[in-house]
Write a protein that binds this ligand. Structure first.
Ligand SMILES: Nc1nc2c(c(=O)[nH]1)N(C=O)[C@@H](CNc1ccc(C(=O)N[C@@H](CCC(=O)O)C(=O)O)cc1)CN2
Ligand SMILES: Nc1nc2c(ncn2[C@@H]2O[C@H](COP(=O)(O)OP(=O)(O)OP(=O)(O)O)[C@@H](O)[C@H]2O)c(=O)[nH]1
Ligand SMILES: [Mg+2]
Length: 467
């Protein structure tokens, strides 16, 4: 974005599209007093709701509503912010939006529609939020479980950022110590001992690992686990989806080939979002009834390839049928391509009295369940959480993203290299200092103090409009 555009006044409907009790049109810009004057005939007292008419340029009434004026820098964006809170109909809000744009144009301003995330981007650029907090705004809005929402709020309030800043500070302090010693080479040998540089480094490494562990949990709360139900027709995949979701989402019939297209639903286990995809049953192409089923099966395989966990379902009532066995063997063969750590064998229809037939393949997780009675589903839920790497929710998890986890890993790697240098008999202090610098830089990517512009663009473009 060009520099001029960065300071253009911007406007957007801030509330969700569609009808609502109340809807908000929000403007941000360097000085919005003239706009308020033009729209309202007066400038509202800072941070006090003003009730009055919203009118067209020719005086025609659009709505009565509340106006709020937040003078810079005490606003969400750090710029002047003007809010028009009207009745929440899409047409009313569009009229107000157009009215704002018209008033801006009449003032000769470059007032334009905000891009997705642009209000929050300005909050970031004006130091109201750091990058991890700005991301938490989007994560709070997108949270699919209560636990995810609570941890996003914690990140937004700065809990995660403070941890990162704390780590960064300790690394800088140690690096200054190392660099100071570099200037007095005769004291190098003593340095590591006297200042207990090794001990300090170890303590920082442990602290980074602890934050990494929590960030991983936070990333899990945000991203969830993608689980795919796979297997032959009629083994009970759709029944299992319905049982886990506690709702009749997918059609269940005794007819093989009932599910033709993927059906997805997000459920939660202990607040961890689990995205479950039910797929079309897999069988020999020749046995497929038509083109639709063949395309459905191709989609099943696509889902399998990108899943975090694949539940390979078997039908206990048919285990001894040779044709069934042969078809299962074909699927098993193809599933060899899936990392065994991602596969779970699930034997369904335990209620039919054939439970004893379940075979436990060497080194692979296997469970006996009944989608009909719910038997074994609790064990399945536990196993999914375990596969996800979820450690029973420690209070105080903050939301995090894969990007943050990667940055923390990068920092941990540089600290490990620093420790290697420190452990050598004639420690290379310059190399040690350099690794500390790199570790610090990795952490700063999280808060955005050291981030490429294209990363920022990528992050904010994923926000919803008006945020
Ligand atoms: N109507 C409305 N509700 C909203 C928002 C909004 O923009 N408008 N928000 C938008 O996401 C959130 C609130 N976020 C806000 C963050 C900072 C300030 C603000 O005025 N900050 C000043 C003063 C702080 C203070 O008095 O303590 C500042 O930072 O200097 C306002 C809203 C949620 N609810
Ligand atoms: N006894 C018993 N029957 C089950 C169980 N789960 C599913 N069924 C029955 O098995 C049949 C097939 O179930 P679905 O859930 O439609 O099977 P599917 O794997 O989705 O089948 P496709 O969509 O054709 O691939 C239905 O008649 C279900 O009622 C179970 O746990 N026990
Ligand atoms: Mg089905």
């Amino acid at each position: 974005m060009t520099l001029a555009r960065l300071h253009d006044p911007i406007v957007a409907i801030a509330t969700a599209p569609g009808r609502g009790a109340v809807g908000i049109v929000r403007v941000s810009g360097p000085d919005l007093k003239p706009l308020a004057q033009a729209l309202l005939g007066q400038v509202p007292a800072p941070r006090h709701a003003l009730y009055g008419p919203f009118r067209e340029a020719d005086g025609a009434l659009i709505d009565h509503g509340l106006a709020l004026y937040f003078p810079a820098p005490h606003s969400y964006t750090g710029e002047d912010v003007l809010e028009l809170q009207a009745h929440g109909g899409p047409v009313v809000l569009q009229l107000l939006l157009a009215r704002c744009l018209g008033a801006g144009a009449a003032l000769g301003w470059p007032l334009r529609l905000a891009e997705p995330g642009e209000f929050t981007q300005r909050a970031f650029l004006n130091d109201k939020l750091d990058l991890a907090q700005a991301e938490a705004v989007a994560d709070l809005i997108d949270a699919s479980t209560e636990a995810a929402a609570r941890s996003a709020t914690r990140s937004l309030a700065g809990a995660f950022s403070q941890e990162i800043e704390g780590l960064a500070e300790r690394i800088v302090t140690l690096r200054m110590l190392v660099e100071a010693t570099l200037d007095f080479p005769e004291e190098e040998i003593d340095f590591l001992e006297k200042a207990d540089a090794r001990g300090k480094l170890r303590a920082i490494q442990a602290a980074v690992d602890a934050v990494l562990g929590r960030a991983r949990q936070g990333a899990l709360l945000r991203e969830g686990l993608r689980v795919v139900l796979a297997g032959q027709p009629n083994v009970g995949k759709s029944s299992l989806l319905n049982a886990l979701a506690g709702a009749e989402l997918a059609i269940v019939t005794p007819i093989a080939g009932t599910t033709r297209d993927r059906v997805s639903e997000t459920i939660q286990i202990e607040g961890v979002p689990i995205h479950i995809t039910d797929t079309a049953g897999l069988r020999d192409d020749a046995a497929a009834s038509d083109e639709v089923e063949r395309i459905g099966m191709a989609r099943s395989w696509e889902s399998i390839a990108s899943a975090d966990a694949v539940l390979f379902l078997h039908d206990l009532t048919r285990l001894q049928d040779p044709a069934y066995q042969a078809a299962d063997a074909v699927i098993a063969q193809k599933l060899q391509a899936v990392d065994p750590a991602r596969r779970i064998q699930v034997f369904n229809k335990a209620d039919s009295g054939t439970e004893a037939l379940a075979t436990h393949p060497e080194g692979e997780a296997a469970l006996v369940i009944s989608a009909r009675t719910g038997q074994g589903l609790e064990a399945l839920r536990r196993l999914l959480l375990e596969r996800a790497g979820w450690q029973a929710a420690p209070e105080g998890v903050y939301i995090a993203r894969t990007r943050h986890v990667q940055a923390l890993r990068e920092a941990a790697e540089h600290l490990a290299l620093a420790a290697e240098h420190a452990d050598q008999a004639d420690a290379a202090l310059d190399l040690l200092a350099e690794e500390l610098r790199l570790a610090h830089e990795a952490l700063q990517q999280i808060t955005g103090r050291f981030s490429a512009d294209d990363l920022l663009g990528e992050i904010f473009s994923r926000f919803c409009i008006g945020k």
